[in-house]
Design a protein around this ligand. Structure first.
Ligand code: DX5
Ligand code: ZN
Length: 218
């Protein structure tokens, strides 16, 4: 599968979101929308009304990363705001079977994610339920942190299991992705690369996407 790049909205300029997203729209494969509730993580990003206002300005797929303690309650609202996929943390839903059903009942694709210290075995029994397995390569809550290379082992294990069992899940990696760390994650088997600082944090985001893509296709 070809590598896909999803810039993280968190690193965009919140006073001109539509312009920032519009600038990279043709160069990227989806938009990573980081929602933080100030409870699951010690930070607050933006909420439903921002997503709703951004929705008509772009055709990009909205991949919504829910760093929230109570994500399922909001599924109908994320759907109504125009999101296509919700990814929830296994740390708040140790058995996500019902939550996965609720996402699908709301017409949403479903992803699971795990923090750097959470072992692969926590998500392993539920991989058949997901469209997206997001392996966090930093502690969630803030952009601009350094990539944690130890998580690459989880990418390798996920790749092996998804391929050997013919499962549909994409493997996504998020946090500290640059052309160099992206290349490492690609070699380990990741499909979708989330990058905030390395795209919206650069003077020329379109050139930054091209540079990342070149590294991933190497
Ligand atoms: C971290 C978020 C990431 C973040 C990545 O809590 O989940 O999506 O925006 O930012 P960078 O690419 O700067 O590490
Ligand atoms: Zn994220």
């Amino acid at each position: 599968m070809e590598a896909r790049i999803f810039p993280s909205l968190l690193a965009a300029d919140f006073s001109r979101l539509a312009d920032d997203v519009g600038q990279v729209e043709e160069a990227v494969d989806g938009l990573h929308v980081d929602v933080m509730d100030g409870h699951f993580v010690p930070n607050i990003s933006f909420g439903l009304s921002v997503i709703e206002d951004l929705r008509p300005t772009t055709k990009l797929f909205f991949d919504t990363h829910l760093m929230m303690s109570n994500p399922a309650f909001f599924f109908p609202h994320f759907k109504a705001a125009g999101c296509e996929m919700v990814t929830v943390h296994i740390e708040v839903a140790p058995d996500p079977t019902r939550i996965a059903e609720q996402a699908r009942a709301n017409g949403l694709e479903f992803g699971l994610t795990l923090n750097p210290p959470t072992p692969f075995v926590a998500v392993e029994p539920f991989l058949h339920l997901v469209d997206n397995l997001l392996i966090m390569s930093v502690f969630p809550g803030f952009g601009g942190q350094a990539f944690i290379p130890e998580v690459l082992e989880k990418v390798e294990r996920a790749r092996e299991m998804i391929d050997s069992e013919g499962m549909a899940a994409d493997i996504q990696i998020d946090g500290g992705i640059t052309p160099e760390t992206g290349r490492q994650a690609r070699a380990a088997g990741a499909d979708i690369f989330v990058a905030g600082t390395a795209i919206f944090g650069q003077p020329n985001p379109v050139a930054a996407v091209a540079e990342l893509r070149a590294a991933l296709e190497d």
